[in-house]
Design a protein around this ligand. Structure first.
Ligand code: PLP
Length: 386
């Protein structure tokens, strides 16, 4: 038999999705893969039911249904502080996952370098490899996960084509401050580099932290490819709706890549999601309130059990320090945690370039009852000590 493609040899399947399968195997409370177990907003579900009897069952326009792009442009214009053109500056994709991949393929040639902060969302590793690019990793240092501007500039000196910015960040929960973003922006301008953002947690930010859209910084619109999605904002990870927002000449190319990757996102789901895109500011305030409550409940529970952890500024993940348990492998620890304690987690090593084995990631996008059950189980965690 002929060999399979070389480019697939250098990465494994997703550890995050694998941990979901392991959680299911042991009947664990799955706090590994980040998706809610509560319902999406009722209005979206009601609209989805109606849409099934309307005329939305064939391909939408490849770069997104007109209705969806107009509603999205209106919402994002309000938030990003500039008028987004729904016809020239948006491509609707199958989640931010496709948006990021299409963005990478839009800007990077094989051999181009791309800056990735570490820790990073694991998809970026595969995205760079699949697009032929080569990552330059720049560490984020705990506890605030700050970068060293000198190290960042050293990475820029290697003439990268783009920098990937996950803000708010999965897994470390960092929300980049305006000043930090300005350092990145100045370097992007100085070294003439694109910035590809992943802002899927733009509405899940805890006070006093604030989300700043990178594209809204002075002179950054021209070089920013903003990727995001409806998955987390409306609790609809299974609908696979995301988008790219960028200047028209970049969108023209992204449209081509997207067209040949997927043709388009699901037409009936785009139509139903318009209802969410048209929500007023109150919806986003309530979402923040809901997640703040969950974060506080979960972190207090972890404190009561006596496990040291990060304090997320945004997104819905927390990293737990498992050094005291004496495991050499965080993957083994996560297997044991699912099997013996009944909670699914992701080994931190899948997010770090550096050799990090003492962290695991849990998420708290779950009903309070589910979180309480997980905490109840986690109260037995010390029995895993070797
Ligand atoms: C940082 C980040 N980007 C992208 C995604 C995937 O988003 P989507 O469902 O829009 O593909 C996730 C999912 O967990 C994520 O954490």
């Amino acid at each position: 038999m002929p060999e399979l493609s070389k480019r697939t040899e250098t990465f494994t399947d997703s550890v995050i999705r694998r941990m979901t399968r392991i959680s299911n195997k042991y009947g664990a409370v799955n706090l590994s893969q980040g998706f809610p177990d509560f319902e999406p907003p009722r209005e979206l579900l009601d609209r989805l039911a109606e849409v099934s009897n309307e005329d939305f069952h064939q391909y939408s326009i490849t770069w997104g249904a007109q209705n969806f792009r107009e509603a999205l442009a209106e919402k994002q214009s309000r938030l990003m502080g500039r008028r987004i053109d729904p016809n020239a500056e948006i491509v609707v994709t199958c989640g931010s996952t496709e948006a990021m991949m299409a963005a990478m393929m839009t800007v990077a040639n094989p051999g181009d370098k791309v800056i990735v902060f570490s820790p990073f969302y694991e998809n970026y590793g595969a995205d760079t490899i699949l697009s032929g690019a080569e990552p330059i990793y720049v560490p984020l240092y705990p506890p605030e996960f700050n970068f060293d501007p000198n190290e960042l500039e050293a990475a820029f000196r290697q003439k990268p084509k783009a920098l990937i910015l996950c803000n708010p960040s999965n897994p470390c929960g960092k929300v980049f401050t305006y000043d930090e973003l300005k350092i990145i922006a100045d370097l992007a301008e100085k070294y003439d580099t694109f910035v590809i953002t992943d802002e899927v947690y733009e509405h899940i930010v805890y006070a006093p932290h604030k989300h700043t859209y990178f594209a809204s910084l002075p002179n950054m619109w021209e070089r920013t490819i903003s990727c995001s999605s409806l998955s987390k904002t409306y609790s609809i990870t299974g609908w696979r709706l995301g988008y790219i927002i960028a200047p028209p000449h970049i969108i023209d190319v992204a449209k081509k890549v997207h067209d040949f990757l997927t043709v388009g996102a699901a037409a009936p789901l785009q139509e139903a999601a318009v209802t969410g895109l048209r929500f007023g500011d109150d919806y986003y305030r309530q979402l923040t309130y809901k997640y703040t409550e969950k974060r506080d409940l979960f972190l207090k529970g972890l404190d009561d059990i006596g496990i040291s952890h990060t304090i997320p500024q945004g997104a819905y993940y927390v990293l737990l320090d498992i050094s005291e348990f004496g495991f050499d492998s965080d993957l083994d620890f996560c297997e044991k945690l699912a099997e013996k304690v009944g909670v699914g987690a992701v080994p931190g090593s899948s997010f770090f370039r550096e050799n990090v084995n003492h962290l695991i990631r849990l998420h708290f996008a779950k009903k309070n009852d589910t979180l309480n059950e997980a905490l109840n189980r986690l109260s037995q965690i010390k029995k895993l000590k070797l």
